[in-house]
Design a protein around this ligand. Structure first.
Ligand code: B3K
Ligand code: ZN
Length: 866
């Protein structure tokens, strides 16, 4: 597959005014008739060919131009391109194709998910349905007729509004849908199946009544209320915060079990992975409830940031994804807690996105080239892209930012635009020059921010010296300075904010000094508050200063951060001890800090739970020069156990205090209480004490909700009480074997068990009747979890974990290249490991690359990684 470059972008020579589609859904095959009204674009060359895309799996049956079969010399099919020559300025094209949804295991285009027809067209899936200019800057009005067997497929859905329907002989029926909003093909969707629905209404700010429907299998009808409630809250929030109103009379969500990602924002007809829509207290954890809420909101927000205003080309993907993630982050923060949400976002960014940005697939938020666009639905485009929008929000302030988004939506409604257009709207409303800021879109890599300070007591001047740099990444060795908002405060020695010192410093040069006058005594700086820029901060805090900030910082995020950095330091010392063969020892300072957090009644339970949670193995790995999975695991395990032992009575007291008889509620307070309770249980269970095993088992049995039941199961399953672990896993299996999503948790808990022998256990899971190697959720639960959340076992020095993953990739590549390519990620990070592991990992990458008919997806990732 060729490399596609941003610099080669050319506007389309033809536009499609209307697209009429007719789908005849049969068991063996589907016939698709597309009827396009086409005009040559203004200013386009009259000789320009029309280029339609079509995947090799699409059988072309006929092409008719203005009623005449197309002459052989007028068209040519080569690879994915079908070119039509010698065309009038305006014409109608009818194209008939045959496709085979039942054989579509890639889950792109039209496929069957457990007997339900569903589509996934972003980014380039529509070309697996029919020949079409499958690019986001070609927008047209779609009318879609679906014809299928009435008893098997009673529900027939597509974008927009239903405008006609009827019955046919032979037990078949049809429905026609029309979407009045011009859209690119990637937003097309259809669904056909035997589905049940849950309905509600939302009245928009201008008084329009919108019908809301969520479709799922009948057995899941009791799990739709939370998604519906989330949808209504998202609709209201977008009216209040962004002035965005919904624009159709109906909004539908369909839940399917086979789905490559989380969800898809097709116009008026979102299709969701069941994992991101079904929620019920008995089967769904609090974390999953929150995910449902945020994904429902995210897809809804796309209606404006993505659908009404879309991307000119796929290099602009972050235009809709970064912005929409920022929007869903703010929504969730408003629904729950700003600080907690920020901690969660930053943790993910700093572990996974920073690792991506330091690896072979590092790319700018607006990439310059790709082989397979599916590989660029990344943490960089999504999460770092959201950070970039957040920085604009920080630099402009909320009022100007809102004026900027208003202008952006008004100026570009109905258009396909670029990230430059987005920044331009912000520049226009603020009168600011944001040209340097745009480097955040074009330069990859995580910048380093070094801060040093000096205090001149005689002059009462305090100076902060900020220095930025950015490591080389594949697209560029040398980086120009970023325009970086650095939010800070200066604290006095009581921990109080020195008046007037909380501000956003704007760092634009490689090195800059900021001066503060009338500072009466040496202050303590709180830097990068709220994580105001996605960078690695370096300031020489002492342990004592970190402990102090963890109590007194005026920024909630930085209070958490100070405690984390303190724990990181202790863990790094333990890691070094392990590597030097020295025995572990617990430092008193962390025990004091943890003890005071445990006792502090002022800290809300959710924050307390976060403060007491040690930095993850993934974060410690990201920070390491050379990752030593064993040392990291053993150090963290030791510290957890030591803290459990040193503060045993306090953990138990707090567990008891957080225990409650109250019925489950997914409210902020209740989520916090359960989270803290589970954190306490986790610590206690490291002590290998039968009394705590009994406590965990009692929590498991008493739980009326999955959050407490699952945490208890995990604690026991990962403990050294192997008989109890087996028994509890078995009990859980029998209780929930008919709930596919719960079974994913069951699989994941076992795949992530760090005890030796995990690979053999994973092999058994793959043989288990509930496992299905065609279902992406199952693959992620077993293979993804083992390779990404069980580092000690995956990285075992016998190399078997690596060989196992390579086997799976080679197997999967023929079936579902997107998922294969995603799962490959851990092997691409070989440069961060010791020589022996490097060699083992590279050998597996080479093995993969030797496969003759590798997909573009896997080829791109593997070849860029070796
Ligand atoms: N836009 C989709 C992602 C599509 C991924 C295609 N490989 C979901 C989302 O970000 O909302
Ligand atoms: Zn999105």
């Amino acid at each position: 597959k060729p490399v596609i470059y941003l610099k080669d972008y050319q506007a389309p020579a033809y536009q499609i005014l209307t697209t009429d589609l007719r789908f005849e859904l049969n068991t063996e095959e589907t016939l698709v008739t597309s009827h396009l009204r086409i005009v040559r674009a203004e200013g386009a060359d009259t000789q320009a060919p029309l280029q339609l895309h079509g995947h090799e799996s699409v059988e072309l049956i006929s092409l008719t131009l203005d009623g005449q079969p197309l002459a052989a010399q007028q068209w040519q099919r080569e690879g994915e391109l079908l070119s039509l020559q010698a065309l009038p300025a305006e014409f109608e094209l009818i194209c008939v194709t045959r496709i085979h949804p039942a054989q579509n295991t890639a889950l792109e285009g039209l496929y069957l998910s457990d007997g339900i027809y569903a589509t996934q067209c972003e980014a380039e899936g529509f070309r697996r349905i029919t020949f079409f200019p499958d690019r986001p800057d070609v927008m047209s009005v779609f009318t879609t007729t679906l014809i299928a067997d009435q008893s098997q497929y009673p529900i027939l859905l597509s974008n927009g509004n239903p405008i006609a329907q009827g019955e046919l002989e032979g037990g078949r029926h049809w429905v026609t849908w029309q979407d009045p909003h011009p859209k690119p093909a990637y937003l097309f969707a259809l669904v056909a199946g035997n589905l049940s629905k849950f309905e509600d209404h939302f009245t928009t700010v201008s008084g329009r009544k919108v019908l809301l429907q969520i479709y799922a299998e009948a057995k899941d009808l009791d799990k739709l209320a939370y998604a519906m409630d989330s949808l209504k809250r998202a609709m209201q929030w977008d009216e209040e915060v962004y002035g965005r109103e919904y624009d159709l009379d109906i909004y539908m969500i369909v839940a399917v079990d086979f789905f490559n990602m989380g969800a898809m924002e097709n116009k008026g007809l979102n299709i969701f992975n069941t994992a991101c829509v079904l929620a019920h207290p008995r089967t769904t954890t609090d974390a999953a409830f929150q995910r449902v809420e945020s994904v429902v909101a995210h897809e809804y927000f796309h209606n404006w940031s993505g659908n009404r205003v879309t991307c000119r080309d796929w290099f602009q993907l972050s235009l809709k994804e970064g912005f929409t993630v920022f929007r869903d982050q703010c929504f969730s923060a408003d629904m729950h807690s700003e600080t907690l949400k920020r901690v969660e976002e930053v943790s993910m960014l700093r572990t996974a996105q920073f690792a991506e940005d330091a690896g072979p697939m590092a790319h700018p938020v607006r990439p310059e080239s790709f082989i397979e666009i599916s590989n660029f639905y990344t943490l960089t485009v999504y999460e770092k892209g959201a950070e970039v929008v957040r920085m604009l929000h920080t630099l402009l302030g909320p009022e100007l930012f809102r004026q900027g988004t208003d202008l952006y939506f008004a100026r570009h409604d109905g258009q396909a635009v670029t990230t430059d257009d987005f920044v331009q709207a912000m520049a226009d409303v603020s009168g600011r020059d944001l040209s340097q800021f745009k480097r955040w879109y074009s330069q990859a890599g995580t910048p380093r921010l070094q801060v040093r300070d000096e205090y001149d007591a005689a002059q009462q001047i305090y100076r902060l010296r900020l220095k930025q740099s950015c490591p080389a990444t594949p697209e560029a060795a040398e980086k120009l300075p970023f325009h970086m908002p650095v939010k800070i405060s200066l604290l006095d020695d009581e921990g109080a904010l020195i008046p007037g010192t909380q501000q956003v410093l704007e760092l634009t040069a490689a090195e800059q000094v900021f001066e503060f006058t009338q500072i009466q005594a040496q202050p303590l700086p709180s830097l990068l508050q709220g994580f105001s820029a996605p960078v690695k901060l370096d300031y020489p805090y002492t342990d004592a200063q970190l402990a102090f900030l963890s109590k007194h910082d005026n920024d909630g995020f930085n209070r958490w951060e100070a405690g984390q950095q303190l724990a990181v330091r202790l863990l790094q010392r333990l890691i070094a001890d392990y590597q030097a063969g020295k025995p572990f020892s617990l430092e008193a300072r962390l025990v004091e800090v943890w003890s005071s957090i445990l006792e502090d009644e002022q800290i809300d339970p959710a924050m307390k739970s976060l403060l007491l949670t040690l930095p993850s193995e993934a974060y410690l790995s990201e920070l390491a020069e050379v990752i030593d999975p064993d040392a990291i695991h053993q150090a963290r395990r030791f510290l957890r156990q030591a803290l459990a032992q040193a503060l045993e009575a306090q953990w138990l007291n707090l567990w008891t205090a957080m225990d409650s008889e109250a019925a489950y509620q997914p409210t902020r307070e209740e989520i916090a209480r359960r989270s803290l309770k589970n954190t306490c249980l986790g610590y206690l269970m490291t002590l290998d004490n039968a009394a705590y095993l009994a406590l965990a088992e009692s929590q498991f049995n008493a739980a009326d909700n999955m959050t407490e039941q699952q945490a208890a199961l995990m604690a026991v399953a990962h403990s050294n009480f192997s008989d109890s672990a087996a028994a509890l896993l078995d009990e859980f299996f029998h209780q929930w074997q008919h709930e596919s999503l719960v079974m994913n948790q069951w699989l994941g808990i076992q795949a992530s068990d760090p005890k030796p022998g995990a690979l053999a256990r994973v092999e058994l899971l793959r043989q288990h009747p509930i496992y299905d190697a065609r279902n992406p959720n199952k693959l992620r639960a077993v293979i993804g979890t083992f390779c990404q959340q069980n580092p000690v076992n995956f990285h075992a020095l016998d190399g078997q974990g690596y060989a196992f993953l390579a086997d799976r990739i080679l197997e999967l590549d023929r079936q579902n290249p997107q998922i294969a390519s995603r799962l490959l990620t851990p092997l691409t990070r070989w440069r961060k490991y010791d020589a022996q592991r490097q060699q083992l990992m590279q050998a597996q990458l080479q093995r993969i690359l030797q496969e003759p008919n590798l997909s573009g997806d896997v080829y791109e990732v593997a070849s860029k990684s070796v």
